[in-house]
Design a protein around this ligand. Structure first.
Ligand SMILES: [Zn+2]
Ligand SMILES: [Zn+2]
Length: 180
C-alpha cells in the first residue's frame, strides 16, 4: 500500500471548505459565527470573519449592539449590528491591500445575505461555495442565478447557531450593549 493511499489528500474544494471553519472560529459575535475565504488559482487571496472593524470593541468583549429590523415577513426582530459580515470583511481586506477579486471563488459558512451577494457580484466573483444554507437566502439565490454565478451548497441543511436571530424584538426597546 502506498503512502498516498494511506493518507488520502483532500481535493482543492475539500481543502478550502475545511479552512472555512478555521477562519470562522475567529468570529466575535455569537449571533452568527461565520467565515469566508476568497480563492483564485488555488491560492487564498483574502479571508474574513464576522467581527467589528479593526480597533472597535467586539461583541465578545462589549456585548451585542442591538437594532430592530423590519423583515419582509412583517416581523420586527432584534439584530446585532456591531459586526461586519465575513464576506464584507474579506472584501475589505482585499481593498486594503489592493487585490483584485475578478474570477475568484468564494468559500463561506452559509449562503451570503443579499447585501454580501450584491457586493460579490460587483467585485466579479465567478463561483460561490457555501457550507450550509441560510434561512433567508432566496433573494441571494435569485441574484446569483441572474448574474450567472454558480452557487454550490456543501451540506444541504440550514445553518443554525446558538443565538440565531429568531426571537422577536423586545418592546419598548431591545437591550443594548449587554452580554447575553
Ligand atoms: Zn453581536
Ligand atoms: Zn452578509
Amino acid at each position: 500500500m502506498s503512502l498516498e493511499a494511506e493518507t488520502k489528500r483532500p481535493s482543492w474544494d475539500e481543502y478550502f471548505v475545511g479552512l472555512v471553519s478555521a477562519v470562522a472560529a475567529r468570529a466575535t459575535c455569537d449571533r452568527g459565527r461565520s467565515g469566508c475565504l476568497i480563492v483564485r488559482d488555488r491560492r487564498i487571496i483574502c479571508t474574513g470573519y464576522v467581527g467589528a472593524p479593526p480597533g472597535f470593541a467586539h461583541c465578545d468583549e462589549a456585548g451585542h449592539l442591538w437594532r430592530n429590523v423590519l423583515e419582509d415577513s412583517g416581523a420586527i426582530r432584534a439584530h446585532c449590528v456591531r459586526t461586519i459580515h465575513a464576506e464584507q470583511n474579506a472584501l475589505a481586506q482585499a481593498a486594503r491591500y489592493g487585490l483584485a477579486l475578478e474570477g475568484t471563488t468564494v468559500y463561506c459558512s452559509m449562503e451570503p445575505c443579499t447585501t454580501c451577494a450584491m457586493l460579490l457580484v460587483s467585485v466579479g466573483v465567478a463561483r460561490v461555495v457555501a457550507l450550509r444554507r441560510y434561512h433567508a437566502a432566496e433573494p441571494t439565490r435569485t441574484l446569483l442565478r441572474e448574474a450567472g454565478i454558480p452557487l454550490e451548497i456543501v451540506f444541504d441543511e440550514e445553518a443554525s447557531y446558538p443565538h440565531q436571530a429568531t426571537e422577536p424584538a423586545r418592546a419598548p426597546s431591545p437591550p443594548t450593549n449587554q452580554r447575553p
